[in-house]
Design a protein around this ligand. Structure first.
Ligand code: AMP
Length: 608
């Protein structure tokens, strides 16, 4: 097969590699209108973007089917991480191998003097990370005066990682006449500014939608109560038992926490985030490659450039910031024609946002509940039976031992011990607090599903401590699957109180009110602020605010005379329109609760 529009030497290389067709991004960069021009390309990992910029720079490099002698580099590729730079270098080596290309890599953590030697011997293409390239430039080892083309790979990540100055210094050292190719998963404002400054009349290419077909990825959106996120992750890992799984968190703190929690439960897991040294990264990646570890917990940035062929499961533990990041993360699986699954964990309050994100990106995800412990056990049983019934040739020594066992115990006993021994190797699944109806089929506006017909907390029994209590509001209600089973643990976690310190929980269509003793209201409110992000929410989108007027909807009375007011408040709480009694509890102190302004409280710290 030949590839039209490409230099024959590159076409041959693609054929030899077994490629049958160009991917959309490769097709675009090889088109006539893209030739010789600066390009601003949004394409995700897995789209074949490395080969795409390899093809795009052919006109600047190949003369008469070969690369000419070059005293100083003709092409420069800058990538955010060492892994990505090495991967790019590997791809360009086979693509330009027959054309006689000499390629040098310059990356942090490698022997700098060896790199200097390579550079001094004359190379055509230099691939490197920003910091190390800048070092070589400043020491005079890297001469960019004859450069014809500069490529910024994963430019958004490089800016996120704080490499702007390095990039500017490097680009400023190149000739004005160079071609500049900017590849980025997303094109936020800083990238547009960078493009404006360093590109001329750039052609904008976006293949984010078209590329999706490249990987074979099944998307699942798993709805969970916010307090169940970790349990859902564990059950998903146990249900899929993927050879390699990658879990994405939004911050390095969350990576650390989830990683520690998985290790504690017996998963073979490694972590990758900005807080790890190059050495630790290498060890983690090696453990994944030689299967000592099967789970990798990572931030978006730290996972860049990682290509693990056995990766079949991606879990978005925290929702990606946009659809492009979603596709970028998911593109870690389903590579090279293999099937992969990308699961998005969707806390109830985030359902609409994720639905919108998926629709915007035209991704057809299957909405489902998180697997329960029973689902996992069922799957374990199937796997165990399959494994234990698989035909094996027994060693005589093993058969002899079997005979001795049979003499002592029944076959059933021995088989049960065998099952137990196998099960002991697997981390146990988690019991989830809530397993609501399926995400999309959830009862909507005005409907009351069976699951809400439970008594609100309080139950009418008298309880000391709630005679004088104050109301707070949660921004989630029945429409977001609000349920005391998961609201209680969430309140305890956010407000640093015990569940006995929470009184009534009254669930409305779109909000939930709950009350706590006035004596601890300030302490509770302060903890709530400390455990929130800048927007006053936790990572799941739940916000808690003082609600001095209390609920404006009636307590549920449909299952008997339950008190929806603070426990111990005789006669229950005010259920009607706002009035002077909605402050503490009837019979209690009716002074209005005035929360201290948030600015006067303790400083915030990151959530969770
Ligand atoms: P990338 O987006 O550059 O990370 O590439 C993802 C993977 O797709 C790499 O393993 C490439 O070697 C592979 N690839 C790139 N282009 C093609 C193509 N035209 N056909 C098949 N595989 C490709």
């Amino acid at each position: 097969m030949t590839f039209d529009n490409l230099s024959p030497v590159l076409s041959d290389a693609l054929t030899a590699r077994g490629y049958e067709a160009l991917t959309p991004v490769q097709t675009h960069v090889a088109e006539d209108e893209a030739r010789g021009r600066d390009l601003l390309v949004s394409a995700q990992t897995g789209s074949g973007k490395t080969v795409a910029f390899g093809l795009a720079m052919a006109d600047e490099l190949i003369e008469d089917g070969r690369l000419p002698f070059a005293a100083s580099p003709l092409a420069l590729i800058i990538a955010p991480t060492r892994e990505l730079a090495l991967q790019v270098s590997r791809e360009l080596s086979w693509l330009y191998g027959k054309a006689g290309a000499r390629i040098a890599t310059c990356v942090g953590g490698m022997d700098a003097s060896k790199e200097r030697r390579n550079l001094s011997q004359g190379v055509h293409i230099v691939v490197g990370t920003p910091g190390r390239l800048r070092d070589h430039l400043e020491r005079g080892a890297l001469d960019l005066e004859a450069l014809r083309v500069a490529v910024l790979d994963e430019a958004d990540e490089m800016l996120d990682m704080g490499f702007r100055e390095d990039l500017e210094e490097i680009l400023d050292a190149t000739p004005e006449t160079r071609r500049t190719l900017l590849f980025s998963a997303t094109i936020p404002k800083p990238i547009v500014q960078l493009a404006k400054r360093y590109q001329k009349d750039a052609l904008r290419i976006s293949t984010v939608g078209e590329d999706r077909g490249h990987g074979d990825i099944a998307y699942q959106a798993v709805t969970v109560a916010p307090a169940d996120i970790e349990g859902a992750v564990i059950n998903l890992l146990r249900l899929h038992e993927a050879e390699t799984a990658m879990l994405f968190c939004a911050t390095r703190d969350n990576v650390r926490r989830l990683h520690a929690s998985l290790i504690e439960r017996g998963f073979a897991a490694v972590a990758l985030s900005g807080e790890h040294s190059q050495n630790e990264r290498n060890h983690a990646l090696q453990a994944l490659r030689d299967r000592r570890a099967r789970v990798c917990v990572a931030t978006d940035v730290a996972a860049r450039g990682i290509d693990l062929p056995t990766l079949s499961l991606v879990i978005h533990v925290e929702i990606p910031r946009d659809a492009e990041t979603l596709q970028h993360r998911s593109g870690r699986t389903g590579r090279a024609g293999k099937k992969g699954t990308a699961v998005i964990i969707v806390p109830y309050p985030r359902r609409r946002r994720v639905d919108g994100m998926l629709r915007g990106a035209r991704i057809n995800a299957e909405w489902m509940d998180a697997p329960t412990a029973a689902d996992v056990r069922q799957k374990d049983q199937e796997r165990l039976i399959e494994k234990l019934l698989a035909p094996v040739e027994h060693e005589p020594e093993d058969l002899e031992l079997a005979a001795r066992l049979m003499a002592e115990r029944s076959a059933e006993d021995i088989a049960a011990s065998l099952v137990r021994a196998h099960r002991a190797l697997m981390p146990p699944p988690e019991d989830l607090l809530d397993n609501g109806p399926r995400g999309r089929d959830r009862p909507e506006r005005g409907e009351r599903g069976e699951r809400f017909e439970r008594p609100e907390r309080g139950g009418g029994e008298r309880r000391d401590g709630f005679e004088d209590s104050v109301w707070f509001r949660l921004n989630i209600g029945r429409h977001q699957n609000a349920d005391p089973r998961w609201i209680l643990p969430l309140l305890c976690r956010r407000g640093h109180v015990s569940k006995n310190e929470i009184g009534a929980i009254r669930i409305g269509p779109k909000e939930t009110m709950f009350n706590i003793p006035r004596a601890i209201a300030d302490r509770f409110a302060e903890a709530v602020v400390r455990t929130a992000n800048q927007d006053g929410e936790d990572d799941s989108g739940v916000s808690i605010t003082p609600a001095p007027d209390g609920p404006t909807y009636p307590p549920r009375r449909d299952k008997g005379p339950r008190d929806a007011g603070p426990r111990g408040a005789p006669g229950g709480h005010r259920a009607g329109p706002r009035g002077p009694r909605g402050l503490g509890g009837p019979g209690g102190n009716t002074e209005r609760y005035k929360p201290k302004p948030y600015g006067q409280r303790s400083p915030r710290r990151p959530s969770k």
